[in-house]
Write a protein that binds this ligand. Structure first.
Ligand SMILES: *Cc1c(COP(=O)(O)O)cnc(C)c1O
Length: 409
């Protein structure tokens, strides 16, 4: 059939399903928060309730609330003891929020390459990045899809490294039956407005060790290192920590949002897997791979285009798909993280090369070839819990139509 971009009929002509993320449940929680006459997390009940509910959902003992996903990661790094001149191994395809805490601790990011189809960190590459300075592995579970945690934990134990999981895009993501964020030493979540659930901004850190002291250290690191437990506050400060306290307003919205999370993740899981099923076996289209035994909750769906098997470029595929009525973007972030000026100029702080000059590290193109190739060949489409099953079937039909049209004879 003629492509819509060439004047043919459009595959998707009806609007995508939409829904209301916030309703009276959030409003009622907010009213209760205000009626407390305090919005301070330590005096009020909403942040505490939010964390209790989160712990119950995830079956973890300890978690700490923060102001953002970025803050959660910084707190985990601080609690893990990451400090000046340490190296932290992480992913080159992620949000900037993964890097910020590393650099604020004056630690040095080292980028491991990715699996070409799950887009998650490759354990072999992680191992090759380890030096005597390596302190932690900051695993990013990209787009709701879990990384290879068994292998990563094995490497971490062998080399005595901390493992921090960046789950900002991966709520209720399952790795071999366990939730991402409960396997490493810390799990970091974001409740910014673009994630599975929103409190406007906010975040959570799970503390997975059985050691209560680790929880207390983490809790304090999100609150200026004030040790605020029960009726006592201890302000005996031995090292620097930021103020990333969540307010009762965010906690209140979070209580209501958490109740919706299982449904949201269930919808996304079902829709993403259906897309994979619907486009598998197409020439020139590589689906978003989820390893056997795992469950993705698809923050987005990202397939790859193999231009050697098609008569079009990735860009033409993306434009043809958009013309069929399926909005999409070519790639995710424009370039791997280390191509940003921060790394190319080695300038985390204006007028300084610190901490990069501690080791003389440089960040050359070609360092993570799979990651670079992923961004050159990927097409990202959104998956949303409010889409209808018909929306998903029409998306599949549109991808199939474009791929078959451009199939090499
Ligand atoms: C969103 C995101 C963050 C940062 O979260 P904020 O709440 O925006 O600070 C960190 N890592 C990943 C992978 C993200 O998607």
């Amino acid at each position: 059939m003629t492509l819509a971009i060439l004047g043919g009929p459009k595959t998707k002509s009806t609007p995508f399903g939409k829904g209301q993320r916030f309703d009276l449940a959030e409003a009622n929680e907010l009213i209760e928060a205000l009626q407390q006459n305090t919005l301070f997390y330590h005096y009020g009940k909403k942040v505490k309730q939010f964390l209790n509910d989160f712990n119950e959902l995830y079956n973890v003992k300890y978690s700490v609330a923060t102001t953002s996903g970025t803050a959660s990661i910084h707190v985990a790094l601080g609690a893990a003891g990451v400090s000046v001149g340490d190296e932290v191994i992480t992913s080159p395809i992620t949000d900037q929020g993964t890097l910020i805490g590393i650099l604020y601790q004056n630690a040095i990011p080292v980028f491991a390459d990715l699996d070409p189809h799950t887009y998650n960190m490759d354990p072999g590459s992680i191992e090759s990045c380890i030096t005597p300075r390596t302190k932690a592995i900051l695993v990013v579970h990209l787009a709701g899809n879990p990384a290879d945690m068994d292998e990563i934990m094995k490497i971490a134990r062998t080399h005595n490294l901390k493992v921090i999981e960046d789950c900002a895009q991966s709520y209720l993501t399952q790795y071999k039956g366990r939730y991402a964020g409960t396997i490493g030493d810390y799990g970091c979540f974001s409740t910014n407005d673009f994630k599975h659930i929103s409190t406007g901004d906010g975040g959570i850190v799970t503390v997975n060790s059985a050691d209560e002291q680790d929880y207390l250290t983490t809790h304090a690191f999100a609150d200026k290192n004030f040790k605020r437990f029960g009726d006592t506050v201890q302000k005996d400060l031995h090292y620097l920590a930021p103020n990333y306290r969540m307010s009762e307003l965010q906690g209140a919205v979070g209580v209501a949002q958490l109740k919706k999370l299982p449904w949201i993740c269930g919808q996304r899981h079902k829709y993403g897997d259906r897309i994979t099923e619907g486009i598998s076996g197409l020439d020139g289209v590589l689906p978003h791979k989820v390893a056997d035994g795992n469950e993705s909750t698809y923050w987005f769906y990202m397939m790859r285009i193999d231009e050697t098997r098609l008569t079009c470029t990735r860009q033409q595929f993306s434009e043809a798909l958009a013309a069929e009525g399926v909005p999409n973007s070519a790639g995710y972030i424009p370039e791997v993280i280390y191509m940003q000026p921060i790394f190319q100029k080695r300038q985390a702080y204006l007028g300084s090369h610190f901490p990069f000059d501690l080791t003389g590290i440089t960040y050359e193109r070609g360092r993570c070839p799979n990651a670079e190739e992923i961004l050159k060949t990927a097409i990202r489409i959104s998956v949303n819990e409010f889409y209808s099953e018909q929306d998903i079937e029409e998306m599949i039909e549109a991808i199939r139509k474009v791929a078959l049209y451009y199939k090499k004879a």
